[in-house]
Design a protein around this ligand. Structure first.
Ligand code: MRU
Length: 342
């Protein structure tokens, strides 16, 4: 199962809105289609969004008719803006677009066809490197997992959210591969149910023991001593170690603190935004009310009710026991330990 692939000059995406009922792939031939796929969450999860955007820009480049470098750059900038306007929170999106544009700025050649080829190669590299980073995160993170452990995770930070293997689920996969007796508890993750639809599905595919719970059950399980650690992904980590991740992550972190349970965040360095000092500077995406007022197209709330639907929250650094990156495990004080990674 692949989240995305480049095939016959198209970006092929596993349509995550259809899972687990249906495994269906969509083909994106134009950057506009990639932007739409990101916005509607056919592809989602911070690293996957970044890689898809890189391919979106490569698609736009390949199809561009400019004959000179200047107008080529101009149209790339427009495509980059379009892709960058899809989802504001995951910094990997902007990281990938910036990295792609840098290829054009830094290459001395004025040969547009050569630049097009280089852009496509860069998108391939972003995808390949993400997979490698996740394996490293898994290796480092495994050292934090006891031989027997109940592990809570929130949302989906797995193969589906990345180029493969996953970040938080990468840690879980590595522990499972090491023969550890783990039991994963997956928060269903309202409102879009990434935990129920994607994490449970993904873990079951790999035969990793998983139990699905609703978001409100985590505290009860902790009180019962069933959770030994929590591990989640991230959409953006600021210079002080504050972490934006799927709405409900903060609640999990607070519960962990109350119960003396380690709360780990697993993320590649592409998720770390050293340009922001603290979490309150992170733009938080708000999504449509229909995501909350309906389930599977069925209305579950009175029509016209006022709704608040932030897609992410910010967990303050003092609740984060450690951040597991592809360059090692960092611990507080994060201002120093994160800076040392770069
Ligand atoms: O809205 P989503 O499904 O894109 O949110 C995904 C998450 O919050 C993930 O935990 C995060 O992107 C990390 S994915 C490795």
């Amino acid at each position: 199962m692949k989240t995305m692939d480049w095939y016959n000059g198209c970006l092929v995406l596993l349509d995550q809105t259809r899972l687990p009922a249906e495994v269906r792939y969509v083909r994106c031939k134009k950057p506009e289609e990639v932007a739409e796929a990101i916005k509607t969450m056919k592809v989602r999860g911070a690293p996957a969004i970044g890689a898809a955007a890189a391919y979106g820009l490569a698609l736009g480049a390949v199809q561009d008719n400019s004959t000179d470098k200047e107008s080529f750059i101009e149209s790339l900038q427009k495509i980059s803006e379009l892709l960058g306007s899809t989802r504001p929170t995951a910094v990997n999106l902007f990281w990938a677009l910036k990295r792609m544009m840098k290829v054009v700025y830094d290459t001395h050649s004025d040969d547009v066809s050569e630049l097009k080829e280089l852009l496509l190669q860069e998108a391939h590299k972003i995808l390949q490197e993400d997979l490698e980073m996740n394996r490293k995160i898994g290796e480092y993170g495994n050292s934090l997992v006891p031989r027997r452990a109940g592990i809570l995770t929130h949302c989906n930070a797995g193969a589906l959210a990345t180029a493969g293997y996953g970040t938080a689920l990468g840690v879980i996969r590595a522990a499972h591969e090491a023969g550890k007796q783990i039991q994963v508890f997956a928060d269903e993750t309202r409102p879009l149910l990434q935990g129920a639809r994607l994490t449970a599905w993904e873990l079951m595919q790999d035969k990793i023991p998983v139990t699905l719970i609703t978001d409100s059950m985590a505290g009860y399980l902790m009180k019962k001593g069933r959770i030994d650690l929590a591990v989640v992904g991230a959409d953006r980590i600021t210079g002080n170690g504050d972490v934006a991740n799927k709405i409900g992550t903060y609640t999990v972190a607070v519960l962990c603190k109350e119960h003396g349970i380690p709360f780990y965040v697993a993320a590649p360095v592409s998720t770390i935004d050293m340009t922001l000092a603290a979490g309150d500077e992170i733009p938080i995406e708000e999504r449509e009310s229909v995501e909350i007022t309906t389930i599977g197209g069925q209305e579950i709330a009175p029509r016209g009710v006022r709704v608040f639907n932030p897609a992410f929250d910010v967990t303050p650094n003092y609740l984060v026991t450690a951040i597991i990156t592809d360059r090692g495990i960092v611990r507080p004080p994060y201002e120093e330990s994160l800076r040392a990674l770069f």
